[in-house]
Design a protein. Structure first.
Length: 580
């Protein structure tokens, strides 16, 4: 396991714990204080990208997970259960909140050291130093943005001036036990925007040998489109998403044909292709320490208790789309997607193969090392869907539908072969090929809306009540219907990437904790979360609280008594359900 305090003393990352730092403090400081030329500055920025993944924390906190079979299912770990139940994370894991906090602030520290070094060299006096300063600012903005949206409430014009933020650090740390103030979410967003705009004005793709592992221009513009989407400035979203996509967005859409003939019994080749540096749709790739590839790709039964399952996959995602023909079987539904989704009845998982498995050996023995993967942090599909949402918010429905259709035609096939259960003279199945209407129109959205009422936990459906405080959405209006469809497309696109959690926060979607069985019967409702529930700001790691930062508020004991239509089956009842 990657040690929790690996970079702490070298980077002085917000003083999480300093008891084990004596050896580091007695040694000669590392090379970052001697950065005195372009090459060293560029090498420093290689460490300005986080090596921790937030996917497990936010994915399991979202509505892309249920509790399958409850305590009768032993295929889980305590860390994942804490994420699922919106509890403070106390378990050690490469993906836990302490690792996220540490690695993202370590990346920020590297960016700050690089920026200080560039200033010590006389400022960005050359084209390369100018570009390196731009990269450092973009790295600093991105890391703070992720931390703010994980550990704080979502941005709100109404509340963000008082909602606690995170410390926004802009200088290299030089003291042993620094003290920090959390500030506010509004202040964090102001600082992120400042760094983002200056970074984009300085960046240059010419300095990178492998641009997709750095903040190249397409990655920066896509990040800007996400930032302004969360900042509730749709005009800016359209501006930067268009810059990322160019005049012909089809040219940067993902090449699913490169995956379609790969074997389906092993998800590794498809995952490697999805996260490939050669894939034109991948704008920024982050190599991270993680075992999420085992958790979300169906390799093992690990994590099968709390995960995306057939109950969700059929009722809310893949079987509940505007292009889904009636009476499609699982096999036929699978054919509709150019992206092969994986379904295991034995594990009850619905998975998209996105995260390849890599093993980094540590030491001389083969069984000692770290599991790593590559996360697609920014991509063309996001820029397209960000722009579609922004168009819809501005009432530009034709433009929104055009972008949604572009995404759908790339993600969804235009035909499917139905098994007619007839045979030819050689006893081969005869298939009936049916065309799929994968164009998104106002008519197709209205038809979809008429087919699916709003979600209830005992009757899951793709449309959920939206309660944002920053935009008025009349239920049943064209604007609300388009936004509902965009959110479905985003849910499919970002499955296993942890992004659904942020959409839930932005749109005030009420979500539930349900215990279900493998026959897709709901056994119990155990909790629910509404807009601005304090638990939407994931609790700060206990090490950080110990260093003096004020923790996030939590509901009182009375408030934790969820107000939902509850019924709880006895253990005998549950066993009866499971044995039906």
């Amino acid at each position: 396991m990657k040690t929790l305090y690996k970079h702490l003393c070298a980077c002085s990352v917000l003083a999480m714990s300093l008891t084990a730092c004596n050896d580091f403090l007695d040694a000669t400081p590392d090379s970052r204080i001697n950065v005195d030329n372009e090459e060293k500055a560029q090498a420093m920025l290689a460490t300005a990208y986080p090596q921790a993944s937030f996917v497990r924390v936010t994915e399991l906190a979202s509505d892309n997970a249920d509790d399958i079979n409850g305590d009768l299912n032993g295929n889980y770990d305590r860390f994942s259960e804490q994420c699922y139940r919106w509890q403070p994370v106390t378990e050690n894991d490469n993906e836990n909140t302490a690792m996220i906090w540490q690695d993202y602030y370590s990346a920020i520290a590297s960016a700050n050291h690089a920026l200080a070094a560039i200033e010590k060299m006389g400022g960005p006096t050359t084209e390369k130093l100018k570009a390196l300063k731009g990269e450092a600012l973009l790295c600093r903005a991105y890391a703070h943005f992720v931390l703010t949206n994980i550990f704080c409430m979502n941005y709100s014009k109404q509340f963000s001036n008082t909602d606690p933020g995170i410390p926004y650090t802009t200088e290299p740390e030089t003291t042993l036990d620094p003290k920090y103030d959390r500030g506010t979410v509004a202040h964090d967003y102001e600082m992120i925007e400042k760094d983002l705009l200056e970074g984009m004005s300085l960046m240059s793709d010419a300095i990178y040998s492998v641009p997709r592992y750095h903040f190249n221009s397409k990655a920066a513009y896509t990040f800007a489109s996400r930032f302004y989407l969360f900042y509730q400035k749709p005009e800016k979203v359209i501006e930067y998403a268009t810059k990322a996509l160019g005049s012909n967005p089809q040219e940067v859409m993902r090449d699913y044909d490169a995956m379609k003939d790969m074997p389906t019994d092993n998800m590794q080749p498809r995952s490697m292709q999805y996260a490939s540096a050669k894939e034109k749709a991948n704008f920024l790739l982050l190599p991270v320490y993680s075992t999420d590839q085992y958790y979300f790709s169906g390799y093992t039964i690990m994590g099968s208790r709390f995960n995306n399952n057939s109950y969700i996959g059929q009722a809310e995602q893949f079987f509940a789309t505007p292009w889904e023909p009636d009476n499609a079987t699982a096999r036929e539904s699978q054919q509709m997607f150019r992206f092969y989704w994986f379904y295991s009845q034995a594990k009850n998982l619905f998975c998209l193969p996105k995260q390849p498995v890599y093993y980094e050996q540590y030491g001389t023995t083969n069984n000692t090392g770290y599991y790593r993967t590559v996360v697609v942090a920014l991509k063309a599909e996001e820029a397209l869907l960000n722009r579609a949402e922004a168009y819809a918010l501005l009432g530009k429905y034709d433009e929104a539908l055009a972008d949604m259709t572009m995404w759908t035609k790339n993600f969804v096939s235009d035909k499917v072969k139905y098994n007619t259960y007839k045979y030819d003279e050689n006893w081969n199945y005869i298939y009936d090929e049916q065309k799929i209407e994968n164009e998104i129109t106002m008519a197709s959205i209205r038809k979809w809306v008429a087919k699916y009422d709003y979600y209830r936990p005992e009757r899951p459906l793709p449309r959920k009540h939206l309660n944002p405080d920053w935009v008025t959405l009349e239920e049943g209006s064209d604007k609300e219907n388009i936004i509902q469809c965009v959110l479905l497309l985003r849910r499919l696109e970002f499955l296993h990437e942890g992004m659904r959690w942020f959409d839930i926060k932005r749109y005030g979607i009420k979500i539930y904790r349900r215990e279900i069985n493998t026959s897709m019967n709901m056994l119990a409702l155990t909790d629910s979360m509404e807009y601005r529930d304090p638990r939407q700001a994931i609790q700060l790691p206990f090490e950080v609280q110990g260093a003096g930062l004020v923790p996030n508020a939590r509901p009182t004991a009375d408030e934790e008594k969820a107000e939902f239509n509850t019924w709880s089956a006895s253990m005998a009842d549950r066993i009866l359900y499971l044995t039906k």
